[in-house]
Design a protein around this ligand. Structure first.
Ligand code: PMH
Length: 378
């Protein structure tokens, strides 16, 4: 099938917003602090390759993903910048990463032992060591564990190029736990420095840390949610050092418009009944596109005004109560700006009782992505 777009629904990603967010962050960082653009999970649903290119063009110096697959996809699209896989990759696939010039995250002595047995590579494997200072996910936690790891580290086969950690609460007003994590990071880092005597790229900050400048940021920050123009938390939105520009919009059109009588019901389960004569529009997207059932009763923008989604969200369609009759084909904005009104992911996340990260990631591939401003003119 040719890549013709038949459905009147699309996600628009404004790449100039991605570039602008990188530039705004850059302006607040010390000149020597690099930006690693986090493009895992298909660039938080925005499109990994396109976002990565825009970020690099704007001055990011590296990329970070969660999976080896994601890293290989970037390489195969011709991206030559350093790429770090932040998730655990099985040692049997390390040679593949090495062939692609991809850096792996390693933190287990047993991993090193398996790697030495399994690898046929003559080239040193580039790795970053991950320290778990309190996130409780992956990484070396204790000094004894670190010493065991470093004892097994054969620097003729492994090239340690970086060290990092990740914070659990950097987006919250209270910085006690963040500071506790920093206090665990520093002594472990010193031990690594004594044993790995070469230049290390040390990076601890996510968007929240880089926006807040909570601490010395070392050599780079891993900039994810902020790059997409979204705030890591309400606290950071209220205390932002500069305005972020959201990159993603979701637009579709009315596919049907009808007048219903008082008492008539809409959608599965008849959860909505018209109270009077009402104009009801049908919209051709649904939970199969990532508009989950919990969007029911939330709003969309039509004719520059907010109108409520009524009745259950179906797999491919949902319904909206209109303030008047509109022609089929009238634009419906789920995410983004229309006229003077706008609905952004933060507000949607609040309605859905989740976070903007999740709402963006859940928009499925069934929605075609369109890229605006691919070439920088700013
Ligand atoms: N570094 C690591 C290790 C991460 O897991 C993430 C985001 C980032 C940096 C970027 O964070 P930011 O988007 O807040 O800037 N990881 C996740 C996650 O696993 N769940 O939500 C965000």
């Amino acid at each position: 099938m040719k890549s013709v777009k038949y459905r009147p629904a699309q996600i628009e990603i404004d790449l100039s917003a991605i570039r602008k967010n990188i530039h705004s962050l850059q302006a607040t960082l010390e000149p020597q602090t690099d930006i690693i653009a986090v493009v895992k999970a298909n660039g938080y649903g925005h499109g990994d390759v396109q976002v990565a290119r825009a970020a690099l063009e704007a001055g990011a110096t590296g990329l970070a993903v969660a999976l080896l697959e994601e890293a290989i996809k970037l390489r195969e699209s011709g991206i030559a910048a350093p790429i770090l896989v932040m998730g655990w990759v099985a040692p049997e696939f390390a040679d593949i990463a090495n062939e692609y010039g991809i850096t792996l995250t390693v933190f287990q002595a047993s991993w090193l032992e398996s790697y030495y047995q399994l690898s046929n590579s003559t080239a040193k494997l580039p790795i970053h060591i991950k320290l778990d200072t309190g996130m409780g996910r992956i990484g070396i936690r204790e000094e004894s564990e670190l010493n065991d790891f470093l004892g097994k580290l054969d620097q003729s086969r492994i090239n340690v190029t970086g060290v990092y950690t990740h914070f659990a609460t950097a987006d919250e007003e209270d910085t006690d736990y963040y500071e506790f994590q920093v206090s665990r990071f520093e002594p472990l880092l010193e031990i690594i420095k004594q044993s790995v005597k070469q230049d290390l790229t040390i990076h601890i900050g996510n968007s929240a840390v880089s926006l807040r400048h909570l601490n010395h940021l070392y050599h780079a920050v891993r900039f994810g949610i902020g790059m997409y123009g979204l705030y890591p938390s309400t606290y950071l939105k209220e205390n932002r050092p500069f305005d972020l520009v959201p990159a993603l919009s979701l637009k579709t059109q009315l596919s049907h418009v009808k007048r219903v009588n008082p008492g008539e019901s809409i959608s599965y389960g008849t959860t909505y009944k018209a109270e009077k004569h009402e104009w009801i529009g049908t919209i051709p997207i649904g939970y199969g596109d990532g508009i989950q059932r919990r969007w029911q009763n939330f709003e969309v923008l039509i004719d520059g005004k907010r109108m409520p989604l009524v009745g259950r969200i179906c797999m491919d369609q949902c319904m909206v109560r209109l303030d008047q009759a509109y022609p089929i084909g009238t634009e419906v904005t789920f995410i983004g700006q229309q006229g003077k009104e706008s609905i952004y992911l933060e507000e949607i996340a609040t309605h859905l009782d989740t976070i903007n990260y999740e709402v963006a990631c859940l928009l499925t591939d069934r929605l075609p992505r369109m890229y605006l401003n691919e070439k920088a003119t700013e």
